[in-house]
Write a protein that binds this ligand. Structure first.
Ligand SMILES: [Zn+2]
Length: 329
């Protein structure tokens, strides 16, 4: 205290104002130099990337931005609306708008830089907050031309939407992988006139111009060094999750195995409106989450709260997601 307050009068003034020693460290004179004008509200956010090591692999999670889904009613099916709203309220989440993140891992492994899924691109079906992938990559210092492979979990609009733009492919040197089942289903022009039309159009716009660069993986195939496909059909016919193995330990990118960290984890049999086959999707979800929990495998989830990294554990008839702390130091 004696180093900060130089005379008795200053000390009494500070005491009268109810200020503690911490306030007085602002300057050697204690009370001078404070800004009394209101500071303007800041308009910027933290950069939207997070980097960590897994074995010898480096993972940079980038974001395509939040995707507001709207009311849970009509999106999460098979249970009473009250049950859904109760689960959201119990977890301090709003009941009028379910906001999903779009977490996109870029993995530098065994000499390849691999982008997993690509977000919405310029498609504004879910509003203006999506389509941030290239900006997030720029913030992370990753150039689009450095991507060697794009690996897609499935053919939905928020996973393939960022492959091709108005002036051509965003990633000029990338080869692509997706399941053949999803490629065939979502590029089928016979579906253009039906309810899936906008999804099929988006898939055709993003996949057909790069058709020559697309390869198909098979279930349980290690199709790139360290990357193994695991079929989890239901959300789409060919939905696939990926085991990323380095240093003898696995890390799983679960894509859309579950869209919500509470609803479709604690009650994994709840159905999701965008599932091609909701019952098969729930079966795949329970089977894969069982395996991931039993083996304590760290996971990355596309739609979970940023950055979507953590573990699943069994809880009652369902599971619980335990997010991993970010390590920024
Ligand atoms: Zn999705």
């Amino acid at each position: 205290m004696s180093k900060i307050i130089h005379n008795r009068r200053q000390f009494l003034t500070a005491s009268a104002l109810g200020m503690g020693a911490a306030t007085l460290t602002l300057g050697s004179t204690g009370l001078v130099g404070r800004a009394h004008a209101a500071a303007p509200l800041a308009t910027t956010q933290a950069p939207y990337f997070y980097r960590f090591m897994h074995g010898d692999a480096q993972v940079t999670m980038v974001s395509d931005g939040p995707l507001p889904l709207g009311s849970p009613a009509g999106n999460f099916l098979g249970v009473e609306e009250d049950v859904i709203n109760g689960m959201l309220t119990d977890n301090f989440l709003p009941t009028d708008n379910v906001v999903l993140e779009q977490n996109i891992p870029i993995v530098n492994i065994n000499g390849n830089l691999i982008l997993f899924d690509t977000g919405m691109g310029t498609i504004d079906m879910f509003g203006p907050t999506t389509g941030r992938l290239l900006k997030s990559m720029d913030e992370a210092g990753i150039a689009p031309e450095d991507i060697d492979y794009i690996v897609c979990t499935h053919g939905h609009i928020d996973h393939i939407g960022g492959i091709v733009g108005a002036s051509g492919p965003y990633f000029p040197n990338a080869e692509l992988y997706i399941s053949q089942a999803d490629f065939d289903y979502w590029t089928d022009e016979n579906k253009l006139s039906g309810g899936l039309g906008p999804f099929v159009q988006a898939a055709r716009d993003n996949l057909m111009p790069v058709r020559e660069r697309i390869s198909f993986f098979k279930d349980e195939e290690e199709f790139l060094p360290g990357i193994t496909a695991m079929a989890t059909p239901g959300h789409t016919v060919g939905h696939t999750i990926f085991m990323i193995e380095s240093g003898g330990s696995p890390l799983c990118f679960i894509g859309d195995l579950t869209h919500h960290q509470i609803l479709l984890v604690e009650r994994p049999r709840i159905e999701f409106a965008y599932d091609t086959d909701p019952k098969q999707s729930a079966d795949s979800r329970v089977r894969a989450l069982d395996m991931l929990a039993a083996n304590r495998i760290p996971c990355m989830a596309f739609h979970f709260p940023w950055p979507g990294i953590g573990h699943f554990v069994k809880m009652g008839d369902g599971f619980r997601f335990l997010p991993s702390p970010m390590q920024l130091g």
